[in-house]
Design a protein around this ligand. Structure first.
Ligand SMILES: Cc1cc2nc3c(=O)[nH]c(=O)nc-3n(C[C@H](O)[C@H](O)[C@H](O)COP(=O)(O)OP(=O)(O)OC[C@H]3O[C@@H](n4cnc5c(N)ncnc54)[C@H](O)[C@@H]3O)c2cc1C
Length: 400
């Protein structure tokens, strides 16, 4: 007997029935991606743990994995590919901190990719120490006037909306004086300039705000809640970057296994030891992420997000270095460094490009050194990093 949504007795059956319905009525291969993703959202299969009516069904987030596996296996589109910052970080932040109007307005077009999002946190003087940022927001009636510069803003050149954090109270200690907003990236007072990377492309940008006006209704959370809002984004960022659970032998390690299998037998023997070491590291990371996923389901995000982020960065870098190494002289051929403005972030079209792009993995989303600090302090109980600016109003902290 086929289980339909109305005859389903468990959340799992209900989700399965909704996926059946989606795939039957909107075959991915003959449906345009925006329509398909819109239908996926309307059935509550976008972020399955979000409330009903907002792209979810209010059920256990582990069921999202079942949905994604079935949709991707059927050739369906991946919302996180074209709008990675939106889907992985901004959507979950709006869902927690947004007003009802903001959730209704933003989540659906974010999921369908009709509206790309970017994350405007880092500044030239504040990356790891993001809470020390200097961009200012000053209240003016029902609006805020924002001035300042952000940097390394992935996909800002394609973005319709940005998740922005600015300082609204310089007299408070640094973590307490921040406020978060949704900002219109197409406003004339927002200037986006490309920043070129080692790959030759500019997938990220500098963003300048000059007297940019943001309505107070676009605030996320209360005035002064910007740090807590950012923590939601950053927790999701770490999981989104380092928390994937591929099938054994797939994911990061797959291109190395492929390159290894293509080698002549005598070279395979020479490389076997090193390839196996990397394969084992990939498997250990996969198992760690499975455990982290289970901890999250029990409501304890724990430090595993930082472990996964740190381990996946090192593993990615080592795997891609090995891939180009195994390719021999061909691994040094890159084609063109012509400046491009890509319409996806971190597109790994060739092994050589993936090798170059993977160098940034231990910087983006929080550096490996900072992840080590988190683990040292929160897991190993080691003495904390020296923090001299914690109890001092931000305006009195020396900075250059
Ligand atoms: C590809 C890419 C995409 C990015 N996309 C975005 C984006 O979309 N939005 C956004 O807001 N940001 C983005 N970033 C910025 C990223 O979050 C920052 O680069 C990162 O947090 C580090 O900050 P920083 O570059 O200012 O380096 P800094 O914080 O100046 O660090 C410099 C060095 O000092 C070390 N260090 C700093 N503090 C400590 C400490 N307390 N203990 C030990 N070592 C320390 C760091 O590990 C690093 O090696 C992106 C970065 C990259 C590379």
């Amino acid at each position: 007997m086929t289980v339909t949504e109305s005859s389903a007795t468990t959340d799992e059956q209900r989700v399965e029935a909704l996926v059946d319905d989606l795939l039957e009525k909107f075959p991915p291969k003959s449906t345009d991606p925006v329509t398909f993703l819109g239908e996926q959202f309307d059935r509550g299969l976008a972020w399955v743990h979000f409330p009903e009516g907002l792209g979810g069904l209010g059920v256990n987030p582990k069921l999202q994995k079942n949905i994604n596996e079935r949709v991707f296996a059927a050739g369906g589109p991946n919302a996180g590919y074209r709008n990675p910052i939106g889907y992985g970080m901004c959507g979950p932040t709006v869902a927690v901190w947004g007003s009802d109007e903001q959730k209704q307005r933003y989540l659906r077009p974010l999921f369908t990719g009709e509206e790309i999002w970017c994350q405007l946190f880092s500044e030239p003087g504040s990356g790891s120490d993001f809470a020390g940022l200097s961009s200012r927001g000053v209240r003016d009636g029902d609006e805020w006037i924002v001035n300042g510069q952000k940097v390394w803003t992935t996909l800002a050149h394609l973005s319709r909306w940005g998740l922005l954090v600015v300082r609204t109270d310089p007299e408070a200690v640094k973590h307490a004086g921040l406020t978060a907003f949704v900002v219109d990236m197409q406003a004339p007072t927002v200037e986006v300039r490309p920043l070129r990377q080692i790959t030759g492309e500019a997938e990220f940008n500098e963003v300048y705000f000059t007297d940019t006006r943001i309505p107070d209704s676009e605030r996320l959370g209360a005035v002064g809640d910007g740090w807590r809002v950012s923590l939601t984004t950053l927790m999701n960022e770490r999981v989104s970057i380092g928390g994937s659970i591929p099938q054994r032998g797939s994911g990061t390690i797959a291109p190395l296994v492929k390159a290894f299998k293509e080698l002549p037998p005598e070279r395979r023997e020479a490389e076997l030891d090193e390839v196996m070491k990397l394969w084992i590291r990939a498997e250990v990371l996969r198992l760690t992420n499975i455990r982290a996923n289970q901890m999250r389901k029990m409501g304890d995000p724990g430090p595993e997000g930082s472990i996964g982020k740190m381990a996946s960065a090192d593993l990615n870098k080592d795997v891609w270095a090995k891939v180009v190494n195994v390719m021999g002289a061909e691994g040094m051929l890159y084609g063109s460094y012509e400046m491009k403005r890509p319409d996806v972030a971190s597109g790994f079209e060739t092994n050589q490009k993936a090798f170059l792009r993977s160098r940034a993995n231990s910087i983006e989303g929080g550096t490996t050194e900072v992840m080590k600090n988190i683990l040292g302090e929160r897991v190993l109980g080691l003495p904390g990093d020296v923090r001299v600016d914690r109890e001092v109003p931000w305006s009195q902290v020396p900075r250059n």
